[in-house]
Design a protein around this ligand. Structure first.
Ligand SMILES: NC(=O)c1ccc[n+]([C@@H]2O[C@H](COP(=O)([O-])OP(=O)(O)OC[C@H]3O[C@@H](n4cnc5c(N)ncnc54)[C@H](O)[C@@H]3O)[C@@H](O)[C@H]2O)c1
Length: 395
């Protein structure tokens, strides 16, 4: 790898606009990475991204090469050719819909590229195992972007839990409901009953976080889903209620939806409460992940908001442009730094897997086991599905 790796983003939709591209631009500004390319199947998508106002305002003078270069029919296979044009051992960042992650990641690995991907890594556990093996065989880093791990409150809870300060997790409840208007986005074309559901799409964040904090592993999952219609008539499980049982017998309830009111404050509603038990008393972890202490009432336009200063914001510490801050940025920085460190021989894949702060196919494949079990459960009316091979410690 050159001193500054090239980064190719595959997929140029919402998450790339909101978090990934600005974070990658910031790393370019800091001299950590070189040229940036974005390849989407759709010319309109890359055009929209290139024209988007905020990234342009935040990063004056910076730009990316875009593919397709001209309007035309969708080109879902174009990314293979674009990866093929890169020198070996650069970084491919995967941000296509969930059900395409596997083929895009495997193609990038076959073409000798380090990989960062949005969550979930893949939808099947055996695919995660295959990716882990290919990554090890080629000495290439693969990291999954679970940004809640980079929220300081998650790192605080993890450290205190692992030091024994909360005792043992027993019962938990968490939710992440995206706003109603998500139904009108491109999601209606792919987050449909046959591919995904509200739990698979966003529930995985808190399942991952409970493991991240406690080190426990999931052993059984049941997901009740309500079938609902998107504006284009496609059917999705847009409301879900899941129960995840852990290998110490603990139980986590997870509620997800594309249904939080558009007029509600904040970009969504979300939070995690974990009730734990010590020798003589109960213990509690309670995170409001939506309300972070800010109450804004605007006049232009008249509205009330509770913005999160913690996930991702552009701030102006004196220019040039604007600087992205928050755990959304730090998560991407952590992944890109790891890929660079592996390439330079400064960190090993085994050491990153063991540290467990960055999610890798080897250390977070329980997420795929949960997704697989969840999909089976939701398609069977919410019956409990046990995770094959899950090691129960004390059930
Ligand atoms: N909180 C999070 O971590 C978070 C949030 C949002 C999305 N995501 C994940 O990011 C991924 C994308 O989500 P999004 O919200 O940006 O969706 P989106 O629908 O807005 O964008 C997806 C883009 O991928 C493109 N695409 C599809 N197939 C392609 C192909 N073969 N080659 C190149 N481009 C292709 C589409 O044209 C579209 O522009 C999903 O896996 C989603 O789960 C994660």
């Amino acid at each position: 790898m050159l001193m500054m790796p090239e980064v190719l983003l595959i997929g140029g939709g919402m998450i790339v606009h909101d978090q990934i591209l600005p974070s990658i631009y910031q790393l370019q500004r800091l001299g950590r990475i070189g040229a940036i390319t974005v390849c989407d199947a759709s010319y309109d998508a890359v055009r929209r991204l290139a024209d988007a106002e905020l990234p342009r305002q935040a990063f004056p003078g910076q730009s990316f090469r875009m593919y397709p270069e001209a309007p035309g029919p969708r080109r879902p296979e174009l990314y293979r050719e674009i990866i093929g044009r890169m020198p070996a051992r650069q970084i491919v960042f995967v941000a296509v819909p969930d059900q395409f992650h596997y083929e895009v990641i495997m193609e990038a690995l076959r073409q000798d590229q380090h990989v960062c991907t949005v969550k979930p890594l893949v939808l099947q556990h055996r695919q995660a195992v295959e990716i882990a093996a290919e990554s090890r065989r080629r000495g290439l880093f693969v990291g999954i972007e679970y940004h809640k791990r980079f929220d300081d409150r998650s790192l605080m809870a993890r450290r205190a839990y692992r030091a024994g300060r909360f005792g043992e997790f027993r019962l938990g409840t968490c939710c992440l409901l995206e706003k109603w208007h998500y139904r009108r986005s491109n999601f209606q074309n792919w987050m449909t009953t046959e591919n995904s559901d509200a739990f698979t799409y966003v529930g995985c964040h808190y399942v991952d976080l409970v493991h991240f904090i406690t080190g426990l592993l999931p052993v059984a999952v049941s997901v009740y889903g309500i079938r609902d219609r998107y504006p284009n008539g496609n059917e999705g499980f847009l409301w879900t209620d899941a129960r995840v049982i852990w290998n110490n017998g603990a139980c986590l309830n997870v509620q997800n939806a594309l249904g939080y009111p558009d007029a509600g404050p904040g970009g969504n509603t979300q939070g995690l409460t974990m009730y734990c038990q010590g020798a003589e008393d109960g213990a509690l972890i309670s995170h409001s992940d939506q309300y972070r202490g800010l109450k804004y009432s605007y006049v232009n336009p008249t509205s009330y908001a509770e913005p999160s200063p913690d996930y991702f914001q552009y701030v102006d510490p004196g220019g040039p442009g604007l600087t992205p801050v928050g755990y959304g940025y730090r998560s991407i920085e952590g992944l890109v730094n790891a890929a660079i460190a592996v390439e330079r021989g400064e960190r090993t894949l085994a050491e990153i897997d063991t540290a467990g702060v960055l999610a890798t196919p080897a250390n977070s494949a329980y997420n795929e086991q949960v997704i697989e079990a969840a999909r089976e459960s939701i398609l069977n009316g919410g019956r409990e599905v046990r995770i094959a091979g899950a090691a129960a410690e004390r059930m």
